[in-house]
Design a protein around this ligand. Sequence first.
Ligand code: SF4
Length: 420
Amino acid sequence: MYTGSILVVDLSTGEASERELDDALVDSRLGGAAVNLSLYEEFKDKDPVVIGSGLFTGSMVPGCALCVVTARSPLNGKVMHSPLVNYLGAELKLAGFPFVVLHGRSEAPSYLWLHDEIADVLPAQAIWGQDTWKAVDYIREEQGEERIQVLSIGRAGENRLSSAMAVVDYWSEGDKVGLGKRLGEMNLKAIATRGMGELEVDDPERTLGLCRRAMGAARSRLGGAKGVDSLLPGADLGDLSTIRHRDIACSGCPWPCRTFVKYNEPATVLKEELKEPGMLVADLSGFLALMEGGRSAADAARLLEACSRLGLEPMAAAARVKGIDLEESRSVLSSLASGGFEARGIPSVEGATCPGTFSPFAPNGGEKEVIALSYVLGICPRYSAKVGLDFELCAELIEATTGLEKGANELRDLANSIIR
Ligand code: SF4
C-alpha cells in the first residue's frame, strides 16, 4: 500500500535524502497521523513539518482522499494534524513519497516538486508575492502538467502571519492551525506533486469484495446526499442555490460534499462552457463566517476566493470584514494579509471532534476514535463522520491489502494513542 520512501528535506541546504519506509514502522503505526508523529518525534529538535499519506490513501477504499500534515501550530504551540484532501494525498503517495519531513529554512524562496520518485527544490522568486491561484497556474505551466496538485501559501504566509492558511490547489480547506505561517517561515512557497506510481495489494480479490461492501454500506447511509449543504444539514446557507454550479468529490470519495459556485457568470452554464472562475465551497466554516451579518452567498464566495488567493484563514478574517461592503472588504482582506493581522487562536468550529489534536475540519462531528483512526488510515474525517467507520471491516481491509493482522481493539488503541 506504500510505494517509494520517506523523504527528508533540509531546506537550509536544499539537500533531499531518502530512506526506506521500514515494515516495522508500518506494522506498528500503519500510516497517516500515527507515522507522522513518530517522524515528528525523531526530528523534534528541528521543528519539522511532516506530511504523510494514510495506509489507504490513493486506493479504492471509499473516502480515502486524506493526506495529513503534522507540525507545531504557531497558534497554540501544540503539535497538530491538518487534513489535506482533493487529490493531493493520492498524488503524493503515487509520486513515491508517502511521507515527507521538511525542516530548515530555504535561503531564497523555493518550492518543492515531487514526481516519479524525484524530489527537486526549485526557485520560487517568480511566484513569491503572487497569489495562490497564480502560483498553481505557474507551477502547472512550468512543469507542463495540468493535474499537478499544489499546496501553497499566499501573501499572509509569506508575511509569516499566524492568520495564514496553506491552500490546496485554489481552495481554502483544512489548515486552520497556522500551517501557512510555518511554510512561510521556511521560505517555502509551495509543495507540488504528481504521481504515476501504482499501489500493490496483498489479496486483490478480497480487497475488491471488502471495498464493495464498504461502498454498499456507505451508499445506503448517504442516501444520495451531496453538496456542501449535506455536510451540515440545517445550516443556513442563504441563497447558495442561486449560484450553485455542481457538487464535487475528492479522490476516491463517493460523497461530493463540496459545492462549486459561479458568481461571475450565470450558474446555469454547462460545465464545458465555463469561462470565468468561480469558487469551490469546501471550507464550510469559513464560508458561513463570511456570510455573517447578512452577506449574500455570492459575496461570501467572492470573499472566500479573496482569502484563498491571499492564503488567509477565512474564519479569522471574517470578523474584520463583518458589516462592510464587498469592495471595501476585499481591500481590508488585502491589507490584513500584508502584515500585522495575527489570529487569536485556532478557530472554534462547533461540532469538530478533538479540536486540540486535529485542525477543525469536520463540522459534522464523529466519535473521537473514528476520527483519529481516519487520520491514520487516510480516510477523510468528514466522510467517516457521515457514514461511520466499521473497525472490524477496517481490520479486514488492512489484512486484505497488506497481510497485517490487526484486531479492532488494536485499531482503537492506535487511534487513542494519537489523541492528545
Ligand atoms: S467527504 Fe468531502 S472533503 Fe471528504 S473526501 Fe469526500 S468530498 Fe472530499
